[in-house]
Design a protein around this ligand. Structure first.
Ligand code: NAD
Ligand code: ZN
Ligand code: ZN
Length: 338
């Protein structure tokens, strides 16, 4: 089968023929119809983080498609089912975190397109218990970005504990951020969106953001302070330390700053301000299968729709270049010929 493979960090992916995976008793084999390109895939191929991915690696954790083989111990998934393979490829199912509904924190988890091969390929093996079904009426291309960008931002908003009518600031209106704006609007929140360039700010506006600020042009924290009085929560999806610092400063007293983006840098945290302002800083990592079901349901009900740019697997190296340059407005989804 055809796949895009990373052999060395910071080198172009190779489009090549690899062996089709062999399914075990608890696995399913998915014929991939579409796969979104997440900035995490770029971090993986660059070896950006302290925990490195396997090499060679087939990246991809927004793969969706049709089940074509089912292992002997899987009974709730049938051949022909439409499913997606999220970042949370599998978890142990019996640790403290798995048992308390925090499977996304399981220490024994495997991650698609990182610790195991992902969906930048015509077929992808998945753990039958951890694939999630796509609701009828949501196309493969529309579903793909929800398997990471969607569930991650939906979950981050839940983690923020923000309430309808309050203000949330979304830092970074990229693949994740443009969905964060939509989930926030659907939840009845007032949205500030921060990114750069007329295209991204116009997109945020069209998706329902009330205040759109350009981090290269505007006094972001000054404007948020003046116009809103600080936000109740900030969700930072920016791939930049500067964005994290601004998101922290945007939060009003008693508010929450939810860290989502993963630039390979540290963020200085002022102890005095954090204590006196009673501000919480919390990380949020993808979501559980239940979060994913909920986030897909928003799409099935027409409340959220990813803005997608269709490409093919052969375009992946060029897509990574565009991502580095910040030129993608929405989410690139690679569509596979059937
Ligand atoms: P993306 O490249 O599509 O979007 C990132 C956006 O951040 C771009 O639009 C860019 O212009 C913007 N940006 C850069 N600097 C900024 C600043 N100072 N202020 C505001 N915006 C700024 O990337 P993506 O796919 O949306 O992923 C974003 C980050 O989230 C990546 O680091 C990725 O690894 C991480 N991520 C985390 C999780 C999680 O579970 N926590 C899940 C998926 C992705
Ligand atoms: Zn992702
Ligand atoms: Zn576990």
């Amino acid at each position: 089968m055809k796949a895009a493979v990373a052999h060395q960090f910071k080198h172009a992916l190779e489009i090549q023929q690899v062996e089709k995976p062999i399914v075990g008793a608890k696995d399913v084999l998915v014929k991939i119809h579409a796969c979104g390109v997440c900035h995490t895939d770029l971090h993986a191929c660059h070896g950006d983080w302290p925990v490195k991915p396997k090499l060679p690696l087939v990246p991809g954790h927004e793969g969706v498609g049709e089940v074509v083989e089912v292992g002997s111990q899987i009974s709730h998934i049938q051949i022909g089912d439409r499913v997606g393979i999220p970042w949370l490829y599998s978890a142990c199912g019996h640790c403290e975190y798995c048992l308390s509904g925090d499977e996304n924190l399981c220490l024994s988890q495997q991650n698609a397109g990182y610790s195991v091969d992902g969906s930048y390929a015509e077929y992808c093996k998945a753990h039958g218990d951890y694939v999630v079904k796509i609701p009828d009426g949501v196309s493969y291309v529309d579903a793909a970005p929800l398997f990471c960008a969607g569930v991650t931002t939906y979950k981050a908003l839940k983690v923020s504990e923000i309430k309808p009518g309050q203000w949330v600031a979304i830092f970074g209106v990229g693949g994740l951020g443009h969905l964060a704006v939509q989930y926030a609007v659907a939840m009845g929140l007032n949205v500030v969106a921060v990114d750069t360039g007329d295209d991204k700010l116009a997109l945020a506006k069209s998706l329902g953001a009330t205040l759109c600020l350009d981090f290269n042009r505007d006094d972001v924290n000054g404007e948020i302070g003046r116009q809103v009085g600080g936000v109740h929560a900030a969700i930072c999806t920016a791939v930049s330390k500067a964005g994290f610092e601004q998101s922290y400063k945007a939060v009003r007293r008693g508010g929450k700053c939810v860290l989502v983006g993963l630039p390979p840098e540290e963020m200085p945290l002022p102890i005095f301000d954090t204590v006196l302002n009673g501000v919480s800083v919390v990380g949020s990592i993808v979501g559980t299968r239940k979060d994913l079901e909920e986030c897909l349901d928003f799409a099935a009900r027409g409340k959220v729709k990813a803005i997608t740019i269709e490409k093919s697997l052969d375009d992946i190296n060029q897509v990574f270049e565009q991502m580095i340059a910040g030129e993608i407005n929405g989410r690139v989804v690679m569509k596979f010929a059937q």
